[in-house]
Design a protein around this ligand. Structure first.
Ligand SMILES: [Zn+2]
Length: 505
């Protein structure tokens, strides 16, 4: 994008237009001009949009495609909401009724939770494609979402991406309307300062997961399974010994897209999921302090609804305003609460929210049902074998090591990312043979024998590990308040998907 220098992008007017191939549909939050044919323009015509400014143009992408469908959502809610879908195949652009029901619920839940809107109309832009998928980018009046072609074709496939649309939608409030001061610059050439991404992304991660459950993209049990997996991953992250969560936000541009090799020691963009844990801690703490009369929902109504309904607008905030708004819900030393979790070195993850929520993180010898579903639905290219909490390895199904957990039994045996396990206990490597070897070594002194290839060299490696398979699960603590279940309860009366047609016997 070229624009005049030394002028705030918000002050540069522009009138956009676009020409697309004949028969292609257009999805965008830009406002079309006149009564022209839209969203599928006449062949050869130019679609003109209302005058806007460069800041809004940059924040309003267009998706276009031959297999295109626009669905209006939750018609009783103003302003209006739409989902615009493009797909590689025509049948996929017609979303199944269950997805549209969850989207209608999501729009109503967002309306109830945030008690304000900061857009003229909202467009979920969705690309279903095995070549163009794999994205999630927030905008003020739209979001650009891409998943595999069949990702939303049934509940099981959907689980891995259940929080994508709720997450990006929440960003319209948290991130786009309310923005940490360092993350708002007057033009696109001035670098952004990511120090408060643990609110921008961390709280959005919390909101997205919560709204996914409240809207029916996932069940409360699935919400808890996914929370267990995320909490365990953070709790077994040795890089916590030297790097604070706040530093993962400051280093976001380096950590994004970096190699998975030793990512547990470097840490990743942990401010997303760390934020999920400590905003859950804040939510359950507010519930505990107020006998469940108040919650983080009340905070959203103050922090994200300031100024009431607006059009597209960016209102920056400081750390002090965040603390002040938390204190308006319930007085507490919120500055210390946040500093402890963001700026300090914490060798263990914050599991306080799970425990105050009435559950505890435990390890079982079988993966929880959601982990099994996600693994079974994964495309062959992204299917793995998980022995992270036992041996300390993440492998692809053909044996290549993705990552080795620092100081784990696998690390002590000097295994390294990029090596390939060729054989286990005398058998050619397979996921089943590998997990069977971990089970067989349980409770005895015989190590697990591996043959490992590194480049063109082959070696014998013995791993001394005898505690069997371990996978994270949340377990209910009987008698404790179950705030975690209150958190996933919808605020509105959910719409039910239409009943499937009756089958004749
Ligand atoms: Zn995000």
């Amino acid at each position: 994008m070229l624009y005049p220098a030394n002028t705030p992008v918000h002050d540069i007017p522009i009138q956009p237009s676009v020409i697309v191939p004949a028969g292609w549909g257009i999805g965008t939050a830009l406002t079309p001009m006149g009564a022209g044919p839209y969203p599928v323009p006449a062949a050869g015509s130019t679609t003109h949009f209302a005058a806007t400014n460069v800041e809004q143009l940059e924040d309003s992408p267009v998706i276009t495609g031959q297999y295109f469908h626009e669905f209006p959502l939750a018609p009783t809610i103003t302003p209006r909401h739409f989902i615009d879908v493009v797909a590689d195949y025509p049948e996929d652009a017609s979303l199944r009724p269950e997805v549209l029901t969850a989207l209608n619920n999501l729009v109503r839940e967002g309306d109830a939770l945030f008690a304000s809107h900061h857009y003229n109309a909202y467009h979920f832009l969705l690309t279903l494609s095995d070549v163009a998928g794999g994205e999630g980018l927030e905008h003020g009046q739209s979001s650009d979402n891409g998943v595999d072609e069949k990702e939303l074709s049934d509940d099981a496939h959907q689980l891995a991406e259940a929080e994508l649309l709720p997450h990006e939608f929440s960003h319209s409030w948290n991130g786009k309307y309310r923005r940490p001061a360092g993350l708002y610059q007057p033009d696109f050439a001035t670098p952004q300062q990511g120090a408060m991404l643990w609110v921008y992304e961390g709280m959005t991660q919390y909101l997205g997961n919560m709204l996914a459950a409240r809207s029916g993209f996932e069940t409360p049990a699935q919400y808890r399974d996914l929370l267990a997996m995320s909490a365990a991953d953070l709790d077994y992250k040795p890089g916590r010994d030297w790097r604070s969560t706040g530093d993962t936000a400051i280093a976001a541009s380096i950590l994004r897209g970096s190699s998975p090799a030793w990512s547990n020691w470097k840490r990743e963009q942990d401010y997303y999921r760390e934020g999920n844990l400590f905003w859950l801690d804040a939510d359950t703490l507010i519930r505990k302090l107020t006998q469940n009369k108040k919650s983080l929902d009340d905070f959203q109504k103050i922090f994200l609804a300031k100024g009431g309904n607006t059009g597209p607008l960016i209102v920056p905030y400081s750390f002090d305003e965040l603390v002040q708004d938390l204190n308006a819900v319930v007085p507490y030393d919120w500055a210390a609460f946040l500093h402890d979790r963001v700026d300090k070195i914490n060798p263990r993850a914050d599991l306080g929210g799970i425990e105050q929520g009435g559950y505890k993180l435990v390890y079982k010898d079988k993966p929880n049902p959601s982990e099994r579903t996600i693994e079974a639905m994964a495309a062959p290219r992204s299917r793995g074998v998980d022995s992270w909490y036992s041996l300390g390895l993440r492998n692809w199904t053909e044996g290549t090591i993705i990552d080795v957990r620092w100081k784990s039994p696998a690390d002590k045996a000097r295994l390294a990312p990029g090596e390939k396990i060729i054989a286990v206990n005398g058998q050619i490597f397979s996921g089943d043979a590998f997990l069977a070897a971990i089970r067989a070594a349980k409770g005895n002194s015989e190590p697990i024998h591996l043959i490992v290839q590194a480049d063109r060299f082959v070696s014998l490696v013995d791993v001394d590990y005898h505690d069997g398979e371990r996978y994270p699960v949340l377990e209910r603590v009987e008698g404790a308040p179950d705030y975690l279940d209150d958190i996933t309860k919808p605020l509105t009366v959910p719409e039910k998907p239409p009943a499937p047609p009756k089958k004749d016997e």
